[in-house]
Design a protein around this ligand. Structure first.
Ligand code: URA
Length: 423
């Protein structure tokens, strides 16, 4: 097979054959197709698309590039969740222990943040002692014992995706629905979960800026799940406003613990419970109400065991930033805009995120939201707190927030969080 033929096939808007897909994914993973050739093919796919059959085959080829996790029988039904990423999206932290407290097992293999969206592992690493890397045996043992694991993906899981995603990141080819859908689903299918709930976000803080694009991504992923025998449900959710009141690693852990203790912001509770309901339905657990379990404190008990099982101290004080400044209202009125992308970039610049994969993140950096859309505010009233260990970063964060946080005459209503469900 010749890689140029494969590139030209897609450049000329034809369908890639199963043989072409299997060959090119395998050859790229082994290094016999060069980065520039795969970049050309990724761009052709971005521009000309793939049909459902090509996407299913591409996903299978990425799964076959590595090993499927053999978790064995952990004594409970396995079910997982994946979010396409957002600002203040710490939902995995309360959700995994909640669903475990309801009787399922959650193998949540997660990633780190890049750009303005945070990564689950970065958040949990703010907890003193917590360890992200586990062996397959440790994952299986923790699932059987505690019911929930949040850890790094193992190196043998879909290695083609790891290589291709890094290439797409630097070649302007991330925003292709077939490539995003196959990337996410290959990792989830290889992880061996029995059911999957997708939180597909749309709005300024998300990959998909419009509900239409999010719907297309959700439908594509649900179809891949069906083609691979993985029961998959997608919720489309708003990401034009940050989730909760905390954006940044330690700040988000603290907010998650509040939710697990029965408090916390209403939007975090709403989304956590909605996703838990869908996960429990896929796991065949119909008679447990996750809202009640959350309020009962049982999920908090699972959280403590889950953190301790990975070396973390759930009772340890969280890191606190050395420098905190406020952003205040420049006039009296109503908060009409709290833009997720602006807040995400501000948190990133304060040190909560990284610009390059190898950068370190600051555990304590981030943004705390003090007001919500629709709130009346007075001139001079603090709207946000900016937390950082590097005070020089504050000017960049303030610049990012310019025009993103607006007080005007109002009125303003927070957009609905849950928009539709795709099964
Ligand atoms: N997340 C992934 O895992 N893959 C993508 O392509 C985009 C987001």
């Amino acid at each position: 097979m010749n890689v140029i033929d494969v590139i030209v096939t897609k450049r000329d808007r034809a369908r890639l054959s199963d043989e072409q897909i299997d060959w090119v994914v395998d050859a790229y993973t082994r290094g016999s197709v060069a980065d520039e050739q795969m970049a050309a093919l990724a761009m052709a796919i971005l521009l000309n698309g793939m049909d459902a059959g090509e996407i299913a085959r591409w996903t299978q080829a990425m799964i076959d590039s590595g090993e499927v996790l053999e978790l064995g029988d952990v004594g409970r039904p396995l079910v997982d969740k994946h979010s396409t990423g957002g600002v203040g999206d710490k939902i995995t932290l309360p959700l995994a222990p909640l669903v475990a407290a309801c009787g399922a097992a959650v193998p949540q293999l997660s990633g780190r943040g890049l750009g303005h969206t945070g990564g689950t592992l970065d958040k949990l690493e703010a907890i003193p002692g917590w360890r992200a890397s586990l062996s397959t045996e440790e994952i299986a043992a923790q699932l059987a014992d505690v019911g929930a694991v949040i850890c790094a993906t193992t190196p043998t899981l879909a290695p083609a995706d790891r290589k291709l995603y890094a290439l797409r990141d630097v070649t302007g080819t991330v925003e292709s629905i077939p490539l995003i859908a196959s990337s996410i689903m290959s990792k989830k299918i290889a992880e061996g979960t029995g059911g999957l709930v997708l939180d597909v976000k749309f709005g300024s803080g998300a990959f998909m800026k419009t509900p239409e694009r999010a719907r297309e991504l959700g439908e594509t992923m649900v179809a891949i799940g069906a083609a691979h025998g993985l029961a998959t449900t997608a919720l489309l959710t708003d990401m034009s406003v940050p989730l909760g009141r905390a954006v940044g690693n330690a700040l988000e852990v603290e907010e998650s613990v509040e939710v697990l203790r029965g408090g916390g912001p209403a939007d975090i509770v709403e989304l956590t419970v909605a996703l838990a309901r869908e996960m429990l339905a896929l796991a065949g657990i119909e008679d447990v109400d996750p809202a009640q379990v959350l309020a009962s404190g049982k999920a908090h008990a699972v959280w403590e065991r889950m953190i301790a099982a990975q070396g973390g101290d759930p009772g340890a004080p969280m890191p606190v930033a050395g420098h905190v400044e406020e952003l205040v209202a420049d006039r009296s009125g109503v908060l009409t805009r709290m833009d997720a992308y602006a807040v995400g970039v501000a948190a990133w610049r304060l040190g909560a995120g990284r610009a390059r994969k190898e950068d370190a993140v600051q555990a304590a950096a981030g943004v705390r939201l003090l007001v919500d859309i629709g709130d009346e505010v007075e001139a001079g009233q603090p709207l946000l707190e900016l937390h950082t260990d590097t005070p020089d970063a504050v000017a960049g964060a303030r610049a990012a927030l310019d025009g993103g946080v607006v007080v005007s005459d109002g009125p303003a209503v927070r957009p609905a969080l849950l928009s539709e469900t795709i099964r």
